[in-house]
Design a protein around this ligand. Sequence first.
Ligand SMILES: *[C@@H]1O[C@H](CO)[C@@H](O)[C@H](O)[C@H]1NC(C)=O
Length: 400
Amino acid sequence: MARTSRLCSLLAAFILGLIASQLLRPVFHRSGTAQERATGQQLGTAQGPDLPSVPLRPPSEPLAASSPLPPPPPPPLLPAPPALEHHHHRPERANAAFVILLQNKDLHDMRKTMQMLESTFNRRHGYPYVFLNNVPFTEHFKTHIQAMTTAPVKFGLIPREHWSYPASINQTQAALNRKEMEARNVPYGDSESYRHMCRYESGFIFRHELVQEFDYYWRVEPGVTFSCELDFDPFMVMKTKKYKYGFTIALPEFVGTIPTLWENVRQFMQLHPEHISKRNSLEWISYDKGETYNNCHFWSNFEIVDLNFFRSKAYIDFFSLLDEAGGFFYERWGDAPVHSIAAALMLDRKEIHFFNEIGYRHGMYEHCPESPALQLKCACDPKDNVDWVPFSCLRRFLET
Ligand SMILES: *[C@@H]1O[C@H](CO)[C@@H](O)[C@H](O)[C@H]1NC(C)=O
Protein backbone atom coordinates (compact mmCIF):
# COMPACT_ATOMS: atom_id res chain seq x y z
CA MET A 1 0.00 0.00 0.00
CA ALA A 2 2.76 2.45 0.99
CA ARG A 3 4.60 1.43 -2.11
CA THR A 4 1.56 2.10 -4.27
CA SER A 5 1.02 5.56 -2.87
CA ARG A 6 4.70 6.33 -3.34
CA LEU A 7 4.41 5.25 -6.93
CA CYS A 8 1.32 7.40 -7.33
CA SER A 9 3.01 10.45 -5.92
CA LEU A 10 6.03 9.85 -8.14
CA LEU A 11 3.74 9.56 -11.12
CA ALA A 12 1.92 12.70 -10.10
CA ALA A 13 5.28 14.46 -9.81
CA PHE A 14 6.16 13.13 -13.23
CA ILE A 15 2.95 14.52 -14.75
CA LEU A 16 3.25 17.86 -12.97
CA GLY A 17 6.86 18.06 -13.99
CA LEU A 18 6.01 17.55 -17.62
CA ILE A 19 3.40 20.27 -17.50
CA ALA A 20 5.70 22.59 -15.59
CA SER A 21 8.54 21.98 -18.02
CA GLN A 22 6.34 23.25 -20.82
CA LEU A 23 4.84 26.17 -18.92
CA LEU A 24 8.05 27.34 -17.30
CA ARG A 25 10.38 27.29 -20.23
CA PRO A 26 13.28 29.47 -19.12
CA VAL A 27 13.60 32.88 -20.70
CA PHE A 28 17.02 33.06 -22.26
CA HIS A 29 18.77 36.42 -21.96
CA ARG A 30 21.56 36.76 -24.39
CA SER A 31 24.72 38.66 -23.71
CA GLY A 32 26.87 39.55 -26.68
CA THR A 33 25.76 39.34 -30.26
CA ALA A 34 24.48 36.23 -31.90
CA GLN A 35 27.59 36.07 -34.05
CA GLU A 36 29.90 36.18 -31.05
CA ARG A 37 27.99 33.41 -29.36
CA ALA A 38 27.82 31.41 -32.52
CA THR A 39 31.50 31.60 -33.32
CA GLY A 40 32.75 31.54 -29.74
CA GLN A 41 34.72 34.74 -30.29
CA GLN A 42 36.57 35.99 -27.29
CA LEU A 43 35.68 39.21 -25.53
CA GLY A 44 39.05 40.78 -26.35
CA THR A 45 38.42 40.92 -30.07
CA ALA A 46 35.69 43.51 -29.64
CA GLN A 47 37.98 46.03 -27.91
CA GLY A 48 39.95 47.26 -30.91
CA PRO A 49 39.78 51.07 -30.88
CA ASP A 50 40.65 51.56 -27.19
CA LEU A 51 43.75 49.40 -27.04
CA PRO A 52 46.87 51.02 -25.61
CA SER A 53 49.96 51.05 -27.82
CA VAL A 54 51.57 48.22 -25.83
CA PRO A 55 49.40 45.19 -26.56
CA LEU A 56 48.17 43.49 -23.41
CA ARG A 57 46.84 40.45 -25.13
CA PRO A 58 48.89 37.36 -25.83
CA PRO A 59 50.86 37.78 -29.05
CA SER A 60 49.02 34.99 -30.86
CA GLU A 61 45.80 37.04 -30.93
CA PRO A 62 45.07 39.20 -33.95
CA LEU A 63 46.14 42.83 -33.65
CA ALA A 64 43.58 45.57 -33.65
CA ALA A 65 42.89 47.14 -37.02
CA SER A 66 43.94 50.58 -35.69
CA SER A 67 47.55 49.50 -34.99
CA PRO A 68 49.97 50.93 -37.55
CA LEU A 69 52.29 48.55 -39.42
CA PRO A 70 51.55 45.31 -37.62
CA PRO A 71 54.64 43.12 -37.24
CA PRO A 72 54.43 39.53 -38.46
CA PRO A 73 52.90 37.36 -35.74
CA PRO A 74 55.46 35.49 -33.62
CA PRO A 75 55.28 31.73 -33.51
CA PRO A 76 52.61 30.48 -31.11
CA LEU A 77 53.78 29.73 -27.58
CA LEU A 78 51.55 26.70 -27.28
CA PRO A 79 51.13 23.91 -29.79
CA ALA A 80 48.13 24.49 -32.04
CA PRO A 81 45.01 22.78 -30.74
CA PRO A 82 43.75 19.86 -32.78
CA ALA A 83 41.76 21.06 -35.77
CA LEU A 84 38.41 20.32 -34.21
CA GLU A 85 36.49 23.22 -35.65
CA HIS A 86 37.47 22.68 -39.25
CA HIS A 87 36.64 20.32 -41.99
CA HIS A 88 40.02 18.58 -42.38
CA HIS A 89 40.40 14.93 -41.39
CA ARG A 90 36.74 14.34 -40.79
CA PRO A 91 35.98 10.82 -39.75
CA GLU A 92 33.75 8.64 -41.88
CA ARG A 93 30.14 9.70 -41.66
CA ALA A 94 26.80 7.96 -41.94
CA ASN A 95 24.12 9.32 -44.28
CA ALA A 96 22.40 11.07 -41.43
CA ALA A 97 21.03 14.35 -40.11
CA PHE A 98 19.58 16.02 -37.05
CA VAL A 99 15.88 16.56 -37.69
CA ILE A 100 14.01 19.11 -35.62
CA LEU A 101 10.33 20.03 -35.68
CA LEU A 102 9.87 23.45 -34.13
CA GLN A 103 8.32 26.92 -34.30
CA ASN A 104 9.84 30.36 -34.81
CA LYS A 105 9.33 31.11 -31.12
CA ASP A 106 11.67 28.23 -30.22
CA LEU A 107 14.69 30.05 -31.67
CA HIS A 108 16.61 30.74 -28.46
CA ASP A 109 15.96 27.37 -26.87
CA MET A 110 17.11 25.77 -30.10
CA ARG A 111 20.31 27.80 -30.26
CA LYS A 112 21.24 26.76 -26.73
CA THR A 113 20.64 23.15 -27.65
CA MET A 114 22.68 23.47 -30.85
CA GLN A 115 25.59 25.00 -28.99
CA MET A 116 25.74 21.89 -26.79
CA LEU A 117 25.29 19.48 -29.69
CA GLU A 118 28.05 21.21 -31.62
CA SER A 119 30.53 21.43 -28.77
CA THR A 120 30.01 17.90 -27.45
CA PHE A 121 29.79 16.19 -30.81
CA ASN A 122 29.00 17.76 -34.12
CA ARG A 123 31.83 20.27 -34.61
CA ARG A 124 34.03 17.21 -35.21
CA HIS A 125 31.57 15.62 -37.64
CA GLY A 126 29.54 18.25 -39.44
CA TYR A 127 26.28 16.37 -39.69
CA PRO A 128 23.58 18.48 -41.36
CA TYR A 129 20.50 19.84 -39.65
CA VAL A 130 16.96 19.81 -41.06
CA PHE A 131 14.48 22.18 -39.41
CA LEU A 132 10.78 21.68 -40.13
CA ASN A 133 7.80 23.90 -39.39
CA ASN A 134 4.15 23.97 -40.42
CA VAL A 135 4.48 27.72 -41.10
CA PRO A 136 7.47 29.37 -42.84
CA PHE A 137 10.53 30.18 -40.76
CA THR A 138 11.38 33.88 -40.50
CA GLU A 139 14.62 35.24 -41.96
CA HIS A 140 15.64 36.19 -38.42
CA PHE A 141 15.17 32.59 -37.31
CA LYS A 142 17.17 31.24 -40.23
CA THR A 143 20.18 33.58 -39.85
CA HIS A 144 20.37 32.98 -36.12
CA ILE A 145 20.17 29.21 -36.49
CA GLN A 146 22.64 29.14 -39.36
CA ALA A 147 25.15 31.08 -37.23
CA MET A 148 25.35 28.22 -34.72
CA THR A 149 27.08 25.72 -36.99
CA THR A 150 29.36 25.31 -39.98
CA ALA A 151 27.44 22.18 -40.98
CA PRO A 152 24.78 22.34 -43.71
CA VAL A 153 21.41 23.60 -42.48
CA LYS A 154 18.08 23.20 -44.29
CA PHE A 155 14.73 24.75 -43.52
CA GLY A 156 11.58 23.00 -44.68
CA LEU A 157 7.87 23.65 -44.73
CA ILE A 158 5.55 20.81 -43.83
CA PRO A 159 3.06 20.14 -46.62
CA ARG A 160 -0.51 20.91 -45.60
CA GLU A 161 -1.72 17.39 -46.31
CA HIS A 162 0.63 16.10 -43.58
CA TRP A 163 -0.64 18.61 -40.99
CA SER A 164 -4.40 18.55 -41.34
CA TYR A 165 -7.39 16.34 -40.61
CA PRO A 166 -7.92 13.25 -42.73
CA ALA A 167 -11.41 13.26 -44.32
CA SER A 168 -12.43 10.34 -42.10
CA ILE A 169 -12.17 12.39 -38.90
CA ASN A 170 -15.37 13.90 -37.52
CA GLN A 171 -13.98 17.21 -36.31
CA THR A 172 -17.04 17.99 -34.19
CA GLN A 173 -16.50 14.77 -32.30
CA ALA A 174 -12.75 15.44 -32.02
CA ALA A 175 -13.46 18.88 -30.50
CA LEU A 176 -15.88 17.35 -27.98
CA ASN A 177 -13.27 14.82 -26.98
CA ARG A 178 -10.65 17.52 -26.50
CA LYS A 179 -12.94 19.38 -24.11
CA GLU A 180 -13.55 16.21 -22.19
CA MET A 181 -9.83 15.40 -21.96
CA GLU A 182 -9.10 18.93 -20.81
CA ALA A 183 -11.65 18.48 -18.03
CA ARG A 184 -9.80 15.29 -17.00
CA ASN A 185 -6.50 17.21 -16.93
CA VAL A 186 -4.89 15.06 -19.60
CA PRO A 187 -1.59 16.73 -20.58
CA TYR A 188 -2.20 18.71 -23.80
CA GLY A 189 -5.72 17.26 -23.67
CA ASP A 190 -7.22 20.37 -25.27
CA SER A 191 -4.49 21.03 -27.82
CA GLU A 192 -5.22 20.58 -31.50
CA SER A 193 -1.70 21.48 -32.67
CA TYR A 194 -0.13 18.97 -30.26
CA ARG A 195 -2.20 16.27 -31.93
CA HIS A 196 -1.10 17.31 -35.42
CA MET A 197 2.47 17.27 -34.17
CA CYS A 198 2.20 13.77 -32.70
CA ARG A 199 0.61 12.45 -35.88
CA TYR A 200 3.28 14.14 -37.99
CA GLU A 201 6.13 12.68 -35.94
CA SER A 202 4.44 9.29 -36.04
CA GLY A 203 3.76 9.01 -39.72
CA PHE A 204 5.15 11.74 -41.91
CA ILE A 205 8.40 13.33 -40.75
CA PHE A 206 10.54 10.61 -42.33
CA ARG A 207 8.78 11.22 -45.66
CA HIS A 208 9.49 14.96 -45.83
CA GLU A 209 11.40 15.79 -49.01
CA LEU A 210 14.36 17.20 -47.03
CA VAL A 211 14.54 14.08 -44.85
CA GLN A 212 14.00 11.63 -47.70
CA GLU A 213 17.69 11.50 -48.66
CA PHE A 214 18.89 10.38 -45.21
CA ASP A 215 19.20 6.88 -43.82
CA TYR A 216 19.34 7.95 -40.17
CA TYR A 217 17.96 10.78 -38.14
CA TRP A 218 18.68 12.04 -34.66
CA ARG A 219 15.58 13.74 -33.42
CA VAL A 220 16.23 16.87 -31.38
CA GLU A 221 13.86 19.27 -29.66
CA PRO A 222 14.47 22.90 -28.75
CA GLY A 223 15.63 23.35 -25.16
CA VAL A 224 16.97 19.86 -24.54
CA THR A 225 20.46 19.56 -23.09
CA PHE A 226 23.35 17.27 -23.97
CA SER A 227 25.79 16.95 -21.11
CA CYS A 228 28.46 14.48 -22.25
CA GLU A 229 31.48 14.89 -24.48
CA LEU A 230 30.94 12.26 -27.19
CA ASP A 231 34.16 10.67 -28.38
CA PHE A 232 32.23 8.38 -30.70
CA ASP A 233 29.68 8.87 -33.46
CA PRO A 234 26.21 7.56 -32.51
CA PHE A 235 25.18 7.47 -36.17
CA MET A 236 28.17 5.26 -37.04
CA VAL A 237 27.34 3.05 -34.06
CA MET A 238 23.82 2.65 -35.49
CA LYS A 239 25.23 1.82 -38.89
CA THR A 240 28.04 -0.56 -37.95
CA LYS A 241 26.00 -2.42 -35.31
CA LYS A 242 22.90 -2.45 -37.53
CA TYR A 243 20.79 -0.85 -34.82
CA LYS A 244 17.42 0.44 -35.98
CA TYR A 245 16.26 2.39 -32.92
CA GLY A 246 18.33 4.20 -30.27
CA PHE A 247 17.10 5.88 -27.08
CA THR A 248 18.28 7.34 -23.77
CA ILE A 249 15.14 7.47 -21.59
CA ALA A 250 12.26 5.00 -21.18
CA LEU A 251 9.18 5.98 -19.14
CA PRO A 252 5.48 5.14 -18.95
CA GLU A 253 2.99 7.07 -21.08
CA PHE A 254 -0.02 8.85 -19.51
CA VAL A 255 -2.79 6.27 -19.72
CA GLY A 256 -5.45 8.91 -20.37
CA THR A 257 -3.94 9.78 -23.75
CA ILE A 258 -4.23 6.29 -25.21
CA PRO A 259 -7.42 4.51 -24.00
CA THR A 260 -7.91 2.46 -27.19
CA LEU A 261 -4.37 2.38 -28.60
CA TRP A 262 -3.63 -1.15 -27.45
CA GLU A 263 -6.81 -2.70 -28.86
CA ASN A 264 -5.76 -1.32 -32.24
CA VAL A 265 -2.25 -2.72 -31.77
CA ARG A 266 -3.77 -6.12 -31.06
CA GLN A 267 -5.84 -5.87 -34.20
CA PHE A 268 -2.67 -5.06 -36.12
CA MET A 269 -0.89 -8.11 -34.66
CA GLN A 270 -3.78 -10.32 -35.77
CA LEU A 271 -4.02 -8.79 -39.24
CA HIS A 272 -0.28 -8.71 -39.88
CA PRO A 273 1.54 -11.57 -38.16
CA GLU A 274 4.10 -11.29 -40.97
CA HIS A 275 5.23 -7.92 -39.58
CA ILE A 276 5.89 -9.17 -36.05
CA SER A 277 9.53 -9.97 -35.38
CA LYS A 278 10.36 -13.43 -34.05
CA ARG A 279 12.74 -11.91 -31.53
CA ASN A 280 10.53 -9.00 -30.58
CA SER A 281 10.45 -7.32 -27.17
CA LEU A 282 6.70 -7.60 -26.49
CA GLU A 283 7.71 -8.64 -22.98
CA TRP A 284 9.05 -5.14 -22.39
CA ILE A 285 5.71 -3.45 -23.14
CA SER A 286 3.29 -6.04 -21.77
CA TYR A 287 3.18 -7.94 -18.46
CA ASP A 288 0.71 -10.49 -19.84
CA LYS A 289 2.04 -11.59 -23.23
CA GLY A 290 0.21 -8.89 -25.16
CA GLU A 291 -3.17 -8.91 -23.42
CA THR A 292 -2.62 -5.40 -22.07
CA TYR A 293 -0.09 -2.60 -22.53
CA ASN A 294 2.06 -1.62 -19.54
CA ASN A 295 2.46 1.91 -21.02
CA CYS A 296 6.25 1.70 -21.30
CA HIS A 297 7.71 3.74 -24.11
CA PHE A 298 10.96 5.26 -25.27
CA TRP A 299 10.87 8.99 -24.68
CA SER A 300 10.98 9.84 -28.36
CA ASN A 301 11.89 13.51 -27.99
CA PHE A 302 15.33 11.88 -28.20
CA GLU A 303 15.66 9.10 -30.72
CA ILE A 304 18.21 8.01 -33.26
CA VAL A 305 16.52 5.90 -35.89
CA ASP A 306 17.28 3.99 -39.06
CA LEU A 307 14.66 5.77 -41.17
CA ASN A 308 14.32 2.75 -43.39
CA PHE A 309 12.53 1.13 -40.47
CA PHE A 310 9.92 3.91 -40.44
CA ARG A 311 9.68 3.70 -44.23
CA SER A 312 9.22 -0.09 -44.18
CA LYS A 313 5.92 -1.65 -45.26
CA ALA A 314 5.56 -3.05 -41.75
CA TYR A 315 5.75 0.37 -40.09
CA ILE A 316 3.62 2.12 -42.73
CA ASP A 317 0.93 -0.59 -42.39
CA PHE A 318 1.05 -0.04 -38.63
CA PHE A 319 0.78 3.73 -38.88
CA SER A 320 -2.02 3.54 -41.46
CA LEU A 321 -4.12 1.26 -39.27
CA LEU A 322 -3.68 3.59 -36.29
CA ASP A 323 -4.38 6.66 -38.40
CA GLU A 324 -7.60 5.16 -39.74
CA ALA A 325 -8.66 4.32 -36.19
CA GLY A 326 -8.60 8.08 -35.52
CA GLY A 327 -6.91 8.00 -32.12
CA PHE A 328 -4.44 10.75 -32.97
CA PHE A 329 -7.46 13.11 -32.91
CA TYR A 330 -10.22 11.43 -30.90
CA GLU A 331 -7.73 10.56 -28.17
CA ARG A 332 -4.23 12.01 -28.00
CA TRP A 333 -1.91 9.27 -29.11
CA GLY A 334 1.70 10.33 -28.88
CA ASP A 335 4.48 9.46 -31.28
CA ALA A 336 6.43 8.01 -28.36
CA PRO A 337 4.13 5.02 -27.74
CA VAL A 338 3.57 4.62 -31.49
CA HIS A 339 7.29 4.49 -32.30
CA SER A 340 8.04 2.38 -29.23
CA ILE A 341 5.34 -0.23 -29.75
CA ALA A 342 6.36 -0.51 -33.40
CA ALA A 343 10.02 -0.98 -32.43
CA ALA A 344 9.15 -3.50 -29.72
CA LEU A 345 6.97 -5.61 -32.03
CA MET A 346 8.63 -5.31 -35.42
CA LEU A 347 12.34 -5.14 -34.60
CA ASP A 348 14.67 -7.74 -33.22
CA ARG A 349 15.40 -6.91 -29.57
CA LYS A 350 19.08 -6.59 -30.54
CA GLU A 351 18.26 -3.84 -33.02
CA ILE A 352 17.16 -1.50 -30.21
CA HIS A 353 20.01 0.28 -28.47
CA PHE A 354 20.29 2.17 -25.19
CA PHE A 355 22.75 5.06 -25.67
CA ASN A 356 24.01 5.16 -22.10
CA GLU A 357 26.92 7.46 -23.04
CA ILE A 358 24.67 10.32 -24.16
CA GLY A 359 23.74 12.57 -21.23
CA TYR A 360 20.36 14.04 -22.08
CA ARG A 361 17.74 16.17 -20.38
CA HIS A 362 14.28 17.21 -21.54
CA GLY A 363 12.14 19.12 -19.05
CA MET A 364 12.62 17.60 -15.64
CA TYR A 365 13.84 14.18 -16.74
CA GLU A 366 17.47 13.45 -17.33
CA HIS A 367 19.62 10.55 -18.31
CA CYS A 368 22.95 11.15 -16.58
CA PRO A 369 25.49 8.34 -17.00
CA GLU A 370 26.60 7.11 -13.58
CA SER A 371 29.76 5.14 -14.29
CA PRO A 372 32.93 6.82 -13.00
CA ALA A 373 34.50 6.78 -16.46
CA LEU A 374 31.51 8.46 -18.06
CA GLN A 375 31.14 10.94 -15.22
CA LEU A 376 34.52 12.36 -16.24
CA LYS A 377 33.03 13.24 -19.62
CA CYS A 378 29.61 14.40 -18.47
CA ALA A 379 28.54 17.64 -16.83
CA CYS A 380 25.48 16.27 -15.06
CA ASP A 381 24.58 15.22 -11.52
CA PRO A 382 24.09 11.45 -11.28
CA LYS A 383 21.55 12.14 -8.53
CA ASP A 384 19.30 13.53 -11.27
CA ASN A 385 19.52 10.32 -13.28
CA VAL A 386 16.06 8.94 -14.06
CA ASP A 387 17.28 5.46 -15.12
CA TRP A 388 16.46 3.60 -11.91
CA VAL A 389 13.50 5.53 -10.43
CA PRO A 390 10.56 3.21 -9.74
CA PHE A 391 8.52 4.29 -12.76
CA SER A 392 11.41 4.12 -15.22
CA CYS A 393 11.02 1.43 -17.88
CA LEU A 394 14.76 1.10 -18.50
CA ARG A 395 15.47 -1.79 -16.14
CA ARG A 396 12.69 -3.88 -17.66
CA PHE A 397 14.02 -3.11 -21.13
CA LEU A 398 17.56 -4.14 -20.19
CA GLU A 399 16.26 -7.37 -18.65
CA THR A 400 14.21 -8.26 -21.73
C1 LIG B 1 -19.98 14.07 -35.87
O1 LIG B 1 -20.02 14.03 -34.46
C2 LIG B 1 -21.12 14.74 -33.92
C3 LIG B 1 -20.94 14.75 -32.40
O2 LIG B 1 -20.88 13.42 -31.89
C4 LIG B 1 -22.41 14.11 -34.36
O3 LIG B 1 -23.52 14.82 -33.82
C5 LIG B 1 -22.49 14.11 -35.88
O4 LIG B 1 -23.62 13.42 -36.31
C6 LIG B 1 -21.23 13.48 -36.48
N1 LIG B 1 -21.23 13.69 -37.90
C7 LIG B 1 -21.11 12.68 -38.77
C8 LIG B 1 -21.10 13.08 -40.19
O5 LIG B 1 -20.99 11.53 -38.41
